[in-house]
Design a protein around this ligand. Structure first.
Ligand SMILES: [Zn+2]
Length: 102
């Protein structure tokens, strides 16, 4: 259990600010919902074979928000977005690698 160092200590959807706050033991990051939705890596958003992004970022509602989140095993979170999309998993490794836009 303790081997997964990328596991966050806390995940908070701060809807008033439109961001997801991820807290790890050594640092934290704040991802705007719209950015995070655009980073969805599921087969509907990214071509599984070429890695090419299918999702048009401009199609994401500006007021996109998180309806709810569900832990998947101990390695990822599934996010239920208010646009009805929920097929993407955000693994802890992926969240660690993501850099919020400046
Ligand atoms: Zn997706």
């Amino acid at each position: 259990m303790a081997s997964n160092s990328s596991s966050p200590r806390d995940l908070q959807a701060i809807r008033a600010d439109g961001v997801l706050r991820v807290v790890w033991a050594d640092r934290e990051a704040t991802f705007p919902f719209r950015f995070l939705r655009g980073e969805c890596g599921c087969a509907q958003c990214v071509n599984e074979w070429t890695g090419e992004r299918i999702l048009d970022p401009t199609s994401i509602p500006a007021d996109i928000s998180i309806e709810r989140m569900e832990l998947v095993g101990n390695y990822a979170v599934r996010i239920y977005w208010t646009d009805g999309h929920y097929t993407g998993l955000y693994t802890w490794d992926r969240l660690r690698e993501l850099r919020p836009p400046a």
